[in-house]
Design a protein around this ligand. Structure first.
Ligand SMILES: *[C@@H]1O[C@H](CO)[C@@H](O)[C@H](O)[C@H]1NC(C)=O
Ligand SMILES: *[C@@H]1O[C@H](CO)[C@@H](O)[C@H](O)[C@H]1NC(C)=O
Length: 247
């Protein structure tokens, strides 16, 4: 848990004056834990592919930094892997964002030097340290090195500091349909996560509207040039099936 990130969020929220009503909301399908969001991808893939898929602006392959985070990931992802078809203990395997970097050393995403938290299973890594690293059902979620071409599940992690906030939220953290009108830059067809990525990648984008289409994963993603409080109050209003997110 990065207190500085949390504090920065709180300060930002207080500055914009919506502190009481605002909650960090992970995009649909992502699981919130402390200051981050997590998602298990439904298909098994190689270690490099997992890295490539998760390595997007704001997101990376998951790196457990503490026993609490390790326990959270294994507890939550195990039943999800089973839902996706893992039906034996040895099928329960997921890549994490740590890699053998030579001389028996481990490097992890977002960690400058050797990671402080490491959870190798006993006798792992073996003498022949493979480059990719995963959590293994055979070791109750403890880590083993593996050939990067092996197919395992993958978990991506997104820091809440980069997660968009849907606004406003009611007391339960639900977002009533509201959108910001008259500030659109462009429209895309994406899921809400893709929309957030598109907004991060577009320097002029300060918020986005997401029109949810019933019975479909994708919706219309409209990137906006203004945050809500820089727009006229009458531009922010109830629009059926439309949800507003601020970066
Ligand atoms: C386990 O799942 C695989 C596919 O993921 C399937 O081919 C196999 O039949 C399943 N085995 C059992 C015992 O359900
Ligand atoms: C973007 O989509 C919204 C919702 O369907 C629509 O109102 C708006 O006119 C579209 N803007 C452009 C530039 O197509």
């Amino acid at each position: 848990m990065k207190m500085s990130v949390l504090l920065a969020n709180v300060l930002t929220l207080m500055t914009v004056g919506v502190f009481q009503t605002l909650l960090a909301v992970c995009p649909p399908g992502w699981l919130a834990w402390q200051d981050a969001c997590y998602i298990l991808l439904p298909d098994k893939m190689g270690g490099w592919q997992a890295k490539e898929v998760c390595d997007r602006p704001g997101s990376s392959p998951v790196v457990p930094d503490s026993q609490e985070e390790q326990d959270f990931i294994w507890r939550e992802m195990k039943p999800r892997m089973q839902e996706f078809g893992a039906n034996t203990t040895s099928d329960l395997e997921l890549w994490i964002g740590c890699y053998g970097v030579g001389a028996g050393m481990l490097g992890c995403y977002g960690v400058d030097w050797e990671p402080k938290y490491i959870n190798w299973a006993s006798n792992e890594p073996g003498n022949n340290f493979h480059v990719c690293v995963g959590m293994a059902g055979n070791f109750n979620g403890q880590w083993e090195d593996g050939d990067c071409s092996e197919l395992k599940y993958a978990v991506c992690e997104m820091r809440a500091s980069r997660v968009s906030f849907c606004m406003p939220t009611d007391g339960d953290g639900h977002c009533p349909p509201h959108c910001l009108l008259n500030h659109g830059i462009k429209n895309l067809t994406t899921g809400v996560t893709g929309c957030a990525w598109a907004c991060w990648e577009e320097p002029r984008c300060h918020s986005f509207n997401f029109w949810q289409k019933k019975e479909e994963n994708a919706g219309i993603c409209q990137l906006n040039s203004a945050p809500r409080l820089q727009a006229a109050a009458e531009d922010f209003k109830y629009v059926e099936d439309c949800y507003f997110y601020e970066m």
